[in-house]
Design a binder for this molecule. Sequence first.
Ligand code: BMA
Length: 324
Amino acid sequence: MNNKHPELFHRHKLNPILTAANWPYPVNSVFNPGATLLPDGTTLLLCRVEDRRGHSHLSAARSANGIDDWKIDSRPTLLADPEHFPEELWGIEDPRITYVPELNKYAIVYTAYTSSGPGIALALTEDFHTFERYGMIMPPEDKDAALFPHRIGGYWVLVHRPVSYHGAHMWMSYSPDLRHWGSHKLMLEARRGAWWDANKIGLSPPPIETAQGWLVIYHGVRQTAAGALYRLGLALFDLQTPEHCLKRGNEWVFGPEERYEQRGDVSNVVFPCGYTIAPNGDTIHLYYGVADTNIALATGSIHAILEWLDRQPPSDRRQRQTVS
Ligand code: BMA
């Protein structure tokens, strides 16, 4: 027995792997990238790039090994288009990429920053050069969304995080055509009080399909006297009824520890929006924004993550801890 928590995600020694200094044009910061593997094995990161107005756009960076030697698009890959999509007035942020075999396309679900707050927009692409925009699919205030890779029970499934007076919890919605969404279901609630994931949680990268269920890495936001602390937790959901939570870890598994995670435009933030999985089907490369400033990489084993979840006490799976 030692006094260390198990380390499920190992930081890469070259972190941060991408910064504004790598960009081919002037930018303030690059963070919160969506990620996918292209058919030839290239890792593609779709990075949130913030300019000096404070508005974000998305830019692709490609690398053969997913670690270094990134080739970054010389111009923004996907810009806000407020002329045709007024809901993108203040930029587009935090993309989550899902490859959808039925469509033979990648679905990019991102935050569109409207003058009424952030909402959720969808675009499809085959190549990350041209995009078919669906516009806003969930109105404000909503973010932290991703599409499941295939239909379940005949319907497309979206995870998202609407905010209400009662808190910021994770929901699922279903659609026959990717445009019209309904059958909304509460998926995972923020806990309350002293918990690390009290009051506000949200999906981090898209859910990962495993034989045991949909593995979800989510972020919990703890408000402290020194500001918000963004950390990551784990939960597992039923394959056929994905709003049904099978397991939920009580402890956070990854948080801001390194200087590059603790200092930046928004300190103490680790914020993954994407991962790739190695050909062995087990090694996960988690790409995460650090302190809303740079991009870092951590590597883990899906098998080890599921084992950790198995060892968690069976309490408090979906519900928040109520006080009365
Ligand atoms: C969240 C999102 C993220 C950001 C984080 C910390 O609400 O807006 O894009 O990284 O806050 O600022």
